[in-house]
Ligand binder design. Structure first.
Ligand code: 5GP
Ligand code: SF4
Ligand code: MG
Length: 460
C-alpha cells in the first residue's frame, strides 16, 4: 500500500511535500521519497528506505528548489523492499523528464512488461508502476495529459497516480476508483493527496476528490480536467474505511471516523454481548469502531490494552521465542481494567489470527473472566489484488476455518464478525460502488496472471 502527495506552484514545494508525507506514513513505512522540478530547479529526487522522519534529510530537502513536487510513502512485502523500488520514480526521455508515484496494483503489469521487454525496454526496478513510465515515454501525443491518457489505455487494475511530465503536474484515478485521491488548495497552489489528513497538515483546504477515471493536469495556464478512459462501475476499497485510512481523514466523500463508528454500532446490533461489563479496542486501528460498539451497547469504553508506539510494523524475529514476544513488545494489558470482568474486545479485522490469539491470551492472563471478540468487518476469505498486502488464501484464518473453529483457535468465549451486508450498509458510500472482493469473493477483474509476482514485485 502507498501514500501519494503532489503540489504545483509553491516556492517551498519540497518542504510542503515532506510535511504531507508525515501524514501519509500509515499508508507505507518501507520507503519514502520526493521529486521536485519546475521553476528554480532541474529535476531532483531523494529517496530513502524506512520512515519519513528517519530517512528523508531536512538539509537535502531544503536544497530542492523547484516549485513542483511529488512525494510517496511505500509499503510492500519483504521481497521487494529495496531502494530501487522506492518511489517517486524519475526518468529522462526525449521530451524531458517524467516522475511518477503510484498507489495501487496493476493487474496486467506482467504482460505489459513482457511486451515492453520484447521490444527492447530495460527496467531498473521490479515494480509494476515502472511500465507506466515506459508507456508515457512511448506516447506520441502532444500534451502531457494526452500522453498519460495514452499510457493508461488498457491498463487494468488499481491506480491513484501523481505524475510530472516536464513542468506539468498530473494526477489520475483508475475508472473503478479503488484508491482515494483528494484535491486541495494552499493559497494559489494546487495540492493533491491520498487522504485529506495530508492536506490538513500543510494547511491546504480540501476542494474535492479526483473522480473515478479522471485525469487532472496543472500547469502555468491553470487546471484542466478530462475523462479519457472508458467508464467502469465503481469499486472503491471498503477496507480503506475498515482499517487503512486515518480516522481524521475524509475519503470517498465520507468521514473515516463516522464510518468506523457506524461499523461498530452495526456490529453491536448484529452481535450484542449480553452480560459484558465493558468494551475495549485493539489500539489504534479499532478505536473508532470500539467507541461505536460501546455507544450502541451502552457499555463503558475502557483502555485495556496499551500500545507501544515506538515499535514499527517491521519488527520481525526469526526465532519462535522472538515471534511469541512480538505481541508483547507491541501491546500490554492493564490488569486493573480487566481483572475479574466480562469484556468485549473489538478489532477491525482478523487476517492470520496470530496477533489476535496472542492478545486474547494476554487479556486472559490479566484476569478477564470472559472474553467476547467482535470484529467490525466480515471474515477475510481471499487475497487483495488491488494494493493491500493481504497474504495468500492459505494463510488467511477465515479462508480455512468456520467462525466456531476460529473462536476455539483464538480462545474466546464468543466471536462475532460483522455481516457483509451490515458492513456495506454502514459505510457512507452505501452498498453499491465498493470493492469487497477479499470478503465476498466477488472480484471485479480476473485474478492476475502471476499473483505471487504481484505480491513480491509490485508498486505497492
Ligand atoms: P492477526 O490477528 O490477523 O495476526 O492481526 C490482526 C490485526 O492486524 C488487526 O489489529 C488489524 O488491525 C491488523 N491488520 C489488518 N490488516 C492489516 C494489514 O494490511 N497490515 C497490517 N500490518 N496489519 C493489518
Ligand atoms: Fe479493498 Fe479487499 Fe477490494 Fe482489496 S480486495 S481493494 S482490500 S475490498
Ligand atoms: Mg489493528
Amino acid at each position: 500500500m502507498c501514500g501519494i502527495f503532489g503540489i504545483y506552484g509553491h516556492p517551498d514545494a519540497a518542504e510542503i511535500t515532506h510535511l504531507g508525507l508525515y501524514s501519509l506514513q500509515h499508508r507505507g513505512q518501507e520507503s519514502a521519497g520526493i521529486v521536485t522540478c519546475g521553476i528554480g530547479s532541474s529535476p531532483r529526487a531523494t529517496r530513502t528506505m524506512g520512515l519519513v522522519s528517519e530517512g528523508l534529510k531536512v538539509g537535502e530537502i531544503a536544497d530542492m528548489h523547484g516549485d513542483v513536487a511529488i512525494g510517496h510513502t511505500r509499503y510492500s512485502t519483504a521481497g521487494s523492499s529495496t531502494i530501487e523500488n522506492a518511489q517517486p520514480m524519475l526518468a529522462r526521455f526525449r521530451d524531458g523528464h517524467i516522475a511518477l508515484g503510484h498507489n495501487g496494483n496493476l493487474i496486467n503489469a506482467t504482460e505489459m512488461r513482457r511486451e515492453l521487454e520484447d521490444a527492447g525496454s530495460i527496467f531498473t526496478s521490479t515494480m509494476d508502476s515502472e511500465v507506466l513510465l515506459h508507456r508515457i515515454a512511448k506516447s506520441n501525443a502532444d500534451s502531457p495529459e494526452a500522453k498519460l491518457a495514452d499510457a493508461l489505455q488498457n491498463v487494468e487494475g488499481a491506480y491513484s497516480l501523481v505524475v510530472v511530465i516536464g513542468d506539468t503536474l498530473l494526477v489520475a484515478r483508475d475508472p473503478r476508483g479503488w484508491r482515494p485521491l483528494v484535491m486541495g488548495k494552499l493559497g494559489d497552489s494546487y495540492v493533491f493527496a491520498s487522504e485529506s489528513c495530508a492536506l490538513d497538515i500543510v494547511g491546504a483546504v480540501a476542494i474535492r476528490e479526483i473522480e473515478r477515471g479522471e485525469i487532472v493536469a496543472v500547469d502555468r495556464n491553470g487546471m484542466r480536467s478530462s475523462k479519457p478512459l472508458p467508464p467502469l462501475e465503481g469499486r472503491q476499497c471498503v477496507f480503506e474505511y475498515v482499517y487503512f485510512a486515518r480516522p481524521d481523514s475524509r475519503v470517498f466523500g465520507g468521514s473515516v471516523d463516522r464510518a468506523r463508528r457506524a461499523l461498530g454500532r452495526r456490529l453491536a446490533i448484529e452481535h450484542p454481548a449480553p452480560g459484558a461489563e465493558m468494551v475495549f479496542s485493539v489500539p489504534d486501528s479499532s478505536n473508532s469502531a470500539a467507541l461505536g460498539f460501546a455507544e450502541e451497547s451502552k457499555l463503558p469504553f475502557e483502555l485495556a490494552l496499551i500500545r507501544n508506539h515506538y515499535v514499527g510494523r517491521t519488527f520481525i524475529q526469526p526465532t519462535q521465542a522472538g515471534r511469541d514476544a512480538k505481541v508483547k513488545v507491541k501491546y500490554n494489558a492493564v490488569t486493573e481494567v480487566l481483572k475479574g470482568r466480562s469484556v468485549v474486545m473489538v478489532d477491525d479485522s482478523i487476517v492470520r489470527g496470530t496477533t489476535t490469539k496472542g492478545l486474547v491470551a494476554m487479556v486472559r492472563a490479566a484476569g478477564a473472566r470472559e472474553v467476547h471478540m467482535r470484529v467490525s468487518s466480515s471474515p477475510i476469505t481471499g487475497p487483495c489484488y488491488y494494493g493491500i498486502d493481504t497474504p495468500n488464501r492459505e494463510e488467511l484464518i477465515a479462508a480455512n476455518m468456520s467462525v466456531d473453529e476460529i473462536a476455539a483457535t483464538l480462545g474466546v468465549d464468543s466471536l462475532g464478525y460483522l455481516s457483509l451486508d451490515g458492513m456495506l450498509e454502514a459505510v457512507p458510500f452505501g452498498p453499491d460502488g465498493f470493492c469487497h472482493a477479499c470478503f465476498s469473493g466477488d472480484y471485479p477483474t480476473p485474478p492476475p496472471a502471476d499473483p505471487e509476482k504481484l505480491r513480491f514485485g509490485c508498486g505497492c
